[in-house]
Write a protein that binds this ligand. Structure first.
Ligand code: PMP
Length: 337
């Protein structure tokens, strides 16, 4: 029987066929070191986003960029702020450098900007915000981002992690590119792991002031992004049809799953604008029971205990068939609770 793995927010449609061809064609060149500066890829990203390629740094996944930012700007005794249900790599990367991770309470599973602004003190070095956030799927709109950024001292780095940006459909979402030009302490991170479907190749990028880009370039390894990753990412950016199809698929199923699951009695759905949904079974024991039954049926969701959300499971949007199967399974299991 086939396993349905919906635990890591990968693209339901896989990767772009153009990216796969580029990947295979690159095989004959793997004996060579790749371009250490990811030049062609940075130029393509710059052209697509109308930004300066010198301010872009590519990394082995945006995880590497997060780690580089943390090790470059924080150390023992410093504080790094993140939101209560924010992405766990932020406190993990803080721990790695001996900095203290400060968890700021959320309101209704959404980042509380006022509370973040109030948590800043002399020890604060970095604020990490995922927008939209994983695992809650909630987001801060343009007005909220500008309010946050304009109320944080300029010596504190603000990292806006936009790993899921390409899936977003709402009108008041802000891509943040312009804010980087106006605020030298803001860094944007993006990834090829999600809508572009290249998670295994490990490739992401940051956009920041020239100063910060220079620091990241000194801190990273000389060949941190592999050749297969660079050529596949480059080809992905040329496949707008695939990206659009992925987005359409996600938008369609987000709506269906949120409506259908939300209409089940024992479940609460937290609205998401990314490629996953947070399903709240309201009681620990119900959540555990559902997860156990799903696993027995070879359906893997992400447990949320580590995030302090023990009544929830996070489910990535799957293929048409996977989504039909999970709907059927959850309805049946919940009926028997
Ligand atoms: N940021 C967020 C919010 C994520 O959910 C993830 C992946 N789970 C990442 C960053 C890291 O992605 P990658 O290292 O694959 O680019």
């Amino acid at each position: 029987k086939k396993v349905i793995k919906l635990s890591s927010n990968e693209n339901a449609l896989g990767a772009s066929p153009k990216a796969l061809i580029a990947y295979i064609e690159h095989a004959k060149d793997v004996f060579r070191y790749a371009d250490g500066a990811s030049t062609l890829l940075r130029e393509k990203i710059a052209q697509k986003n109308n930004i300066n390629s010198n301010q872009i740094v590519c990394g082995a996944g945006s995880d590497e960029i997060i780690a580089l930012l943390t090790s470059s700007f924080a150390s023992v005794g410093d504080e790094i702020i993140y939101s209560e249900y924010g992405f766990l790599m932020y406190p993990i990367s803080a721990q790695r450098v001996g900095a203290k991770a400060i968890k700021v309470k959320e309101k209704n599973l959404k980042t509380d900007i006022e509370a973040i602004i109030n948590a800043v003190n002399k020890k604060t070095k970095i604020i990490f915000i995922a927008n939209p956030n994983n695992p809650t799927g909630s987001y801060l709109n343009k007005e909220e981002i500008i309010k946050l950024v304009s109320n944080i001292p300029s010596n504190v780095l603000i990292v806006l992690d936009h790993a899921y940006q390409e899936f977003v459909e709402v009108d008041d979402f802000y891509d943040g590119l312009e804010i980087v030009n106006n605020y030298k302490n803001v860094v944007l991170t993006r990834t090829f792991s999600k809508i572009y479907g290249l998670a295994s190749l490990r490739i992401g990028w940051s956009y920041s002031s020239q100063n910060i880009a220079d620091i990241l370039n000194k801190a990273r390894g000389p060949f941190n992004v592999s050749g297969p990753a660079q050529v596949s990412a480059l080809a992905s950016l040329d496949d707008d049809d695939f990206t659009q199809a992925s987005k359409n698929h996600n938008t369609k199923w987000l709506k269906i799953l949120q409506n259908e699951l939300g209409s089940i009695n024992k479940i609460k759905i937290h609205p998401s604008i990314a490629n996953f949904i947070l399903i709240d079974f309201l009681q620990n024991k119900n959540c555990e029971k559902v997860n156990q039954k799903l696993l027995e049926n070879l359906i893997i969701f992400r447990e949320m205990k580590g995030y302090g959300l023990p009544t929830c499971l996070r489910a990535t949007i799957g293929t048409d068939q996977e989504n039909e199967i999970i709907l059927e399974n959850i309805k049946k299991i919940c009926h028997e609770l």
